[in-house]
Design a protein around this ligand. Structure first.
Ligand SMILES: [Mn+2]
Length: 301
C-alpha cells in the first residue's frame, strides 16, 4: 500500500467535502501515517518558545463543527503561530465529525512540529458509541472492526502539554495526584497502554475533571464515578507544587465563549460555536499565548 501523499492531504483540508468520498483504505493510510508520527512523541509534551517573538494557539472542543474548525485554520494560516495545540474532543455530537478528525490529523502529518493534539474524554470507544461518532463511522464503512483503527489513533494521543515550564494545557482538569506530571514526564505515546494501567485514574481525571468556583477541595462530579470537581485550594496547591502560572483547559461550553476561574489562573475555552444549537448560542473561543501570558479570544463568525 502506497503511503498517502501530501498533496492529497492538502486537498482534503481545502475541500473537506471530498472526505465523505474517501474509501476505508485511503482513511487507513492517513490514520497509519499519523500513528507513525505520534509513536515517538511524548505523552507529556514540553515546549520552549521565544516569549516575545513566538505565539502559541490553543484550541478547545471541536465536536464535529467543521465551520468553526475551518475558520480557526484560516486565522492560524493568517497569523502563523509557532505551535497549535488542540485540547481534544474533535469528534461526537456535531454534523461533520470524520471531516474534523481527518483535517486535524492531516494538519499534524503535514506540519508535525507545529500541530499537537491532546486526548479528550470523547477520544474513547464508549463515548463514541453513546454520542454518535461510532454509528456515523459504521454507517459509512459497514464493519465494526474497522473502528479499531480509530481507537489506535486515540491510544497514541498526548495527555497534556507545557509551554515554557509555566503554562499547562489539558482537556479537563487537574487530577487528585499532585505528582502526575513527574510520572508522565519522558513517557512515549507508544507506551500509553502500559502506562495507563498504573495511572489510569489520574489520566481519566485529566480528561474529565471540572473546576468549580465556590469549592475549595475536590468533590464528586455528576459526570461519573471517579470524576471530580476541583476547587481553588487544591488547584493552588497543584499549581505551586508544579511551578505553574496558568492552566488552559476545555471540556465545558459557556454561553459567553470562555470563562476564567481561580483569580484568572485557569482559563476554560470551547471551540465549537453554537454547540447546543441556535436557541442557546455560544461563540467559539481559543487562546493565544504570547509573552508567557494567556489571551482568550472569541471567534467572530
Ligand atoms: Mn470533553
Amino acid at each position: 500500500m502506497n503511503p498517502i501523499n501530501n498533496s492529497l492531504l492538502n486537498d482534503l483540508i481545502n475541500k473537506p467535502q471530498r472526505i465523505a468520498k474517501l474509501n476505508f483504505d485511503s482513511i487507513t493510510k492517513i490514520l497509519d501515517r499519523f500513528i507513525d508520527i505520534l509513536k515517538e512523541e511524548n505523552l507529556f509534551l514540553e515546549f520552549s518558545v521565544n516569549e516575545q517573538t513566538e505565539e502559541v494557539y490553543v484550541i478547545g472542543d471541536i465536536h464535529g463543527n467543521l465551520d468553526t474548525l475551518l475558520k480557526l485554520i484560516e486565522i492560524i494560516n493568517m497569523n502563523n503561530p509557532s505551535l497549535v495545540i488542540f485540547l481534544g474532543d474533535i469528534v461526537d455530537r456535531g454534523p461533520k465529525q470524520l471531516e474534523c478528525l481527518l483535517i486535524v490529523l492531516a494538519l499534524k502529518i503535514l506540519f508535525p512540529s507545529k500541530y499537537f493534539i491532546l486526548r479528550g474524554n470523547h477520544e474513547t470507544l464508549e463515548m463514541n458509541q453513546y454520542y454518535g461518532f461510532f454509528q456515523d463511522f459504521i454507517s459509512r464503512f459497514n464493519d465494526q472492526s474497522k473502528f479499531n483503527k480509530i481507537l489506535s489513533v486515540y491510544n497514541v494521543l498526548s495527555i497534556c502539554a507545557l509551554i515554557n515550564k509555566t503554562i499547562l494545557c489539558l482537556h479537563g482538569g487537574i487530577p487528585q495526584d499532585i505528582d502526575i506530571l513527574k510520572k508522565l514526564k519522558g513517557k512515549k505515546c507508544k507506551d500509553f497502554s502500559t502506562i495507563f494501567q498504573s495511572i489510569s485514574q489520574s489520566i481519566y481525571q485529566i480528561m474529565w475533571n471540572d473546576p468549580k468556583s465556590e469549592l475549595k477541595g475536590f468533590s464528586d462530579s455528576f459526570r461519573g464515578p471517579g470524576i471530580k470537581f476541583f476547587g481553588i485550594e487544591v488547584f493552588g496547591k497543584f499549581m505551586e507544587a508544579n511551578s505553574l502560572k496558568y492552566l488552559i483547559r476545555a471540556h465545558e461550553c459557556f454561553p459567553e465563549g470562555y470563562r476564567w476561574f481561580f483569580n484568572k489562573k485557569l482559563l476554560s475555552i470551547f471551540s465549537s460555536a453554537n454547540y447546543r444549537g441556535n436557541f442557546s448560542p455560544n461563540p467559539a473561543s481559543y487562546v493565544i499565548i504570547k509573552n508567557n501570558e494567556v489571551i482568550p479570544k472569541l471567534l467572530k463568525i
